[in-house]
Design a protein around this ligand. Structure first.
Ligand SMILES: [Zn+2]
Length: 430
C-alpha cells in the first residue's frame, strides 16, 4: 500500500477535479477512453483481437460468464484463472484475505446472479480505490480523526487494505453474532458507519429501543438495495438527516451520494452506457476507464437504476440517479389475461407493500407464472389480508391477472445479500 498514492487520488477526486459542466465530464471521458483503448490493444490479447475488427462502440457487451471464460486472455497482469480461483477460495474459507497473487489482490464475488466471479486488482488500483472512496465519504471540512466502522461480507477484500493514522477503521463481520457486534460498535463509537441495510436495520432497532446511543456523523448503506421504508427507519433511529449510499461492487466504485443524499454516478472514472427499460429505468453497461489489471469494458451489470429527471442542487455535473432498484433478474413478471407478461420492477412491488400493514419483515418470491410466495414475520389475518389486497391492487393497476399468493413464515437469513423481492422462475432477464 502506498499512502502517497492514496493521498494523491484523494486530493484529485476531492479538490482538483471539480467537473462542473457536462462538457468537462464528456471531454475527460473521451480522453481517458482513447488512452484506455490504446492500452487494451497493447496489453490484453482478448481485446486486441476484438479491437482488430471493431471500434470501442461496437465491442460486444460483456458479462460475468464471458469475463470468467476469457479470464486468462483478458487480464493484463498474467494471472491465470485456475490459480487465482484456488487462492481466492482458500482466502474465503480461512476468512483471512492477506494472501495475494504476486503483488495483485484476488477475490471472489458471490453476487446475486448465481455465477461466481473472480476479480484481480493491482496495488495502484487498490490505492486509487481507497483514495476515491475516502474522498467521496469523509465529511466536508472535517477530514481527520474519523472512526469508520465497516460491516462486510467476504466479498470485498479491498477495504482490508486500509490502515492509516488520519482515519481508523474497524471491521465487523456480518456473520458474527449481532449482539457482540453491537457491543463492539458501542465501544468503538464510529463517526462513520458503513453497512448493508439489513444490518443497519438491526442497529437502528437497537437505537430505537435505547440499546445503542451512538450518533455517527454519516451513515452509509452498501451492498443491498435500500428500500424506502428501511431508509426512513434507519435515518430516524440513527438521527441522520441524510442517509448515504455507496454503489460499489467488484466491477468498480460506481456511484456515491452527495451531501444532499442524491446518488451521482462516478463518471469521472467510469463510462456508463444505458440500456433503457422504460422512460427512466435503465441497466448500466459500464467501462472502467482506468482499471487495467482486469479490464472492465462494456460490462452489463444487470442492476436496474432509475434516472433522476431534475438536476441535483449540489451543482455536480455527474449524472444523478433517483434509486438503485435492484437486480434486473428480480423483476417480477405478471401475466396479462390476454397472454403475455408485464414486468413489475422489484421497486414497484416494494412500494406497493409500503401500504400493507401488520408486519415488519417480508420477502416476495415469484415461484411460478402467476404465483407469489410471500414471507411475513407476523403472519395473521390482518397482515395476510392487507398484503393480498395490495398485491391485487398492483395487479389491477398494471392490467394483469391477480397472482395466487402463498404465505409462509419469514426466516432470517444472513448468509446471502438480503433481497426482498426475488424472481425464482423464468429466464434471467425479463
Ligand atoms: Zn448532488
Amino acid at each position: 500500500m502506498s499512502t502517497l498514492r492514496i493521498l494523491r487520488e484523494f486530493a484529485v477526486v476531492r479538490w482538483l477535479r471539480p467537473l462542473r459542466s457536462r462538457r468537462s465530464v464528456d471531454r475527460r471521458q473521451r480522453r481517458l477512453l482513447r488512452r484506455h483503448v490504446r492500452f487494451l490493444r497493447r496489453r490484453s490479447p482478448h481485446f486486441r483481437d476484438l479491437l482488430a475488427d471493431a471500434t470501442f462502440e461496437r465491442l460486444p457487451v460483456m458479462d460475468k460468464r464471458i469475463m470468467m471464460t476469457e479470464f486468462d486472455r483478458m487480464n493484463t497482469v498474467g494471472v491465470r484463472r485456475d490459480e487465482a480461483l484456488e487462492l481466492a477460495i482458500a482466502n474465503e474459507r480461512s476468512r483471512e484475505f492477506d494472501a495475494d497473487l504476486g503483488e495483485n489482490s484476488v477475490g471472489l464475488s458471490s453476487g446475486t446472479s448465481g455465477h461466481r466471479g473472480l476479480f484481480v486488482v493491482s496495488p495502484a488500483e487498490r490505492d486509487a480505490w481507497v483514495g476515491a472512496v475516502l474522498a467521496r465519504t469523509l465529511p466536508r471540512g472535517d477530514l481527520l480523526g474519523h472512526r469508520i466502522a465497516l460491516f462486510l461480507r467476504a466479498d470485498n477484500t479491498l477495504y482490508e487494505s486500509v490502515r492509516s493514522r488520519a482515519v481508523s477503521f474497524r471491521y465487523f463481520d456480518v456473520y458474527a453474532d449481532m449482539a457482540e457486534n453491537l457491543a463492539r460498535l458501542r465501544a468503538y463509537r464510529p463517526t462513520i458507519l458503513v453497512a448493508p441495510p439489513s444490518v443497519l436495520r438491526v442497529i437502528a432497532k437497537a437505537a430505537a429501543a435505547g440499546r445503542f446511543d451512538v450518533v455517527p456523523k454519516k451513515v452509509y448503506a452498501v451492498a443491498e438495495v435500500l428500500e424506502l421504508a428501511d431508509a426512513d427507519l434507519i435515518g430516524r433511529a440513527l438521527r441522520q438527516p441524510v442517509l448515504h449510499q455507496l454503489y460499489q461492487c467488484t466491477e468498480g466504485f460506481l456511484a456515491h451520494t452527495c451531501e444532499r443524499g442524491v446518488i451521482h454516478l462516478n463518471e469521472d472514472t467510469v463510462l456508463f452506457e444505458r440500456e433503457m427499460l422504460d422512460a427512466e429505468r435503465f441497466v448500466p453497461i459500464v467501462t472502467d476507464l482506468r482499471r487495467r489489471a482486469q479490464p472492465i469494458v462494456r460490462y452489463r451489470l444487470g442492476d436496474v437504476l432509475r434516472a433522476r429527471t431534475e438536476p441535483c442542487a449540489c451543482g455536480s455535473a455527474l449524472a444523478a440517479i433517483d434509486r438503485i432498484e435492484g437486480r434486473e433478474g428480480d423483476t417480477l413478471l405478471f401475466r396479462r389475461p390476454s397472454g403475455g407478461e408485464v414486468p413489475v420492477f422489484a421497486d414497484v412491488m416494494a412500494r406497493a407493500l409500503l401500504f400493507a400493514e401488520g408486519f415488519d419483515e417480508y420477502r416476495v418470491v415469484q415461484t411460478a407464472a402467476s404465483r407469489l410466495e410471500i414471507a411475513l414475520d407476523v403472519l395473521d389475518d390482518r397482515s395476510r389480508r392487507s398484503v393480498a389486497e395490495e398485491v391485487a391492487r398492483l395487479a389491477d393497476r398494471v392490467g394483469c391477472e391477480r397472482p395466487e399468493v402463498v404465505f409462509v413464515p419469514y426466516e432470517h437469513e444472513r448468509s446471502a445479500k438480503l433481497r426482498r423481492v426475488v424472481r425464482d422462475w423464468g429466464s434471467a432477464t425479463p
